[in-house]
Design a binder for this molecule. Structure first.
Ligand code: NDP
Length: 328
């Protein structure tokens, strides 16, 4: 066994430290599949792990990075053999289990999905946890029964990772998409992804009324807090809101009014421990329904060495769309 390059978070007296260094393969955690990582990404949660701004890292030392694509190097799992291309998102990787910002990872085979047909390893990570979560939101709205004919769909945090993919997926599914953003200068970018209207996020960010004018039939919310409260208060009768994020905050200062007076449904989305059948369905739908040209326009590429320095920037809303980390 040798060493490989990795970003490593360690605990210090003042908080945590971050270094790009050699990591001993013998120190990888238990798992029945070892993967040569070829790509990872930058998600909001990675920003929290890299900076320590919120205590998402719960084991030290930790290799951050919550998702990767790569090639199986060794396997004791019946479904995987050396050479198989695989994808991993969630399951505490990069938080409690050594993660993706490294040339190697050892994980449970039960956490992996085969690389979906139609996607390259780089495209799978251009989608990454953020894009896969956007698909889980769309699937939740579909399962609820809300349809494009019922009215527009709102996306909050639209210029971010979840938001950008959500805009593209909803538009492709036939929705009139309203993109809420704090970045007015990204209006052309969002229209290019399929948004029909741009809403200044300031309109949703301040405390509002328990019930407002009915404006959208569905919403995908990556922001939480007062924004989510306002999104709910302006959702049409019997509409639904899929909530996955907390970019504004973890609180939810709302009332029961949208639920009991308009029959609005709040659908919670947790991508981390999604069971395998739903996980595979989501990836298959991404491969089928996401416009790969649009995926490319929302994606920038950085090296493994660069990603360690991008934590602050994603938390401060400075990253547009998706960021692929080239590892191999
Ligand atoms: P990004 O940072 O890429 O996107 C977040 C976007 O939210 C920003 O681009 C910005 O959009 C908007 N935003 C940022 N700060 C604020 C603020 N203070 N008030 C209002 N809007 C704000 O992150 P991701 O897309 O990777 O993740 C989005 C959220 O979803 C995160 O909270 C993340 O933790 C969560 N998430 C949850 C998952 C789950 O399983 N539930 C899985 C994946 C992500 P704009 O500039 O357009 O306004």
């Amino acid at each position: 066994m040798g060493t490989f390059k990795a970003w490593v978070v360690d605990k210090t007296e003042g908080g945590q430290s971050l270094a790009f260094r050699d990591f001993d393969e013998a120190d990888l955690m238990d798992g029945d599949v070892t993967v040569r990582v070829t790509h990872s990404t930058l998600n909001y949660k990675d920003g929290l792990a890299l900076t320590g701004r919120s205590p998402v890292v719960r084991r030290f030392p930790m290799i951050p990075g919550i998702d990767f694509s790569g090639v199986v190097e060794a396997s004791d799992h019946p479904e995987y053999k050396p050479g198989d291309p695989v994808v991993l998102t969630g399951w505490g990787v990069g938080e409690t289990h050594l993660g993706a910002y490294a040339q190697k990872a050892r994980v449970k085979g039960d956490w992996l999905v085969p690389l979906p047909d139609g996607l390259t390893p780089e495209q799978a990570m251009a989608v990454g946890t953020a894009g896969y979560t956007a698909m889980l939101c769309l699937m939740a709205l579909d399962a609820h029964g809300v349809k494009p004919a019922d009215g527009p769909a709102l996306v909050t945090g639209a210029s971010g990772g979840v938001g950008s993919v959500a805009v593209a997926l909803l538009a492709r599914a036939g929705w009139h998409v309203i993109a809420s953003t704090g970045r007015g200068d990204e209006a052309d970018y969002l229209r290019g992804l399929g948004a029909s209207e741009i809403l200044d996020r300031a309109e949703l960010g301040k405390p509002g009324r328990p019930l407002g004018k009915e404006r959208w039939a569905a919403a995908i919310d990556a922001v939480g807090s007062t924004t989510l409260a306002n999104v709910l208060s302006m959702t049409k009768s019997d509409g639904a809101v899929a909530a996955c994020g907390l970019a504004q905050g973890m609180d939810l200062p709302t009332s029961v009014a949208p639920f009991i007076l308009r029959g609005v449904s709040l659908l919670g989305i947790n991508s981390v421990t999604t069971p395998q059948p739903k996980r595979r369905e989501a990836w298959a739908r991404i491969a089928r329904d996401l416009d790969l040209g649009k995926l490319d326009t929302m994606t920038r590429r950085v090296s493994l060495e660069e990603v360690g320095r991008l934590g602050e920037s994603i938390l401060d809303g400075g990253v547009r769309g998706r960021t692929v980390v080239g590892v191999a």
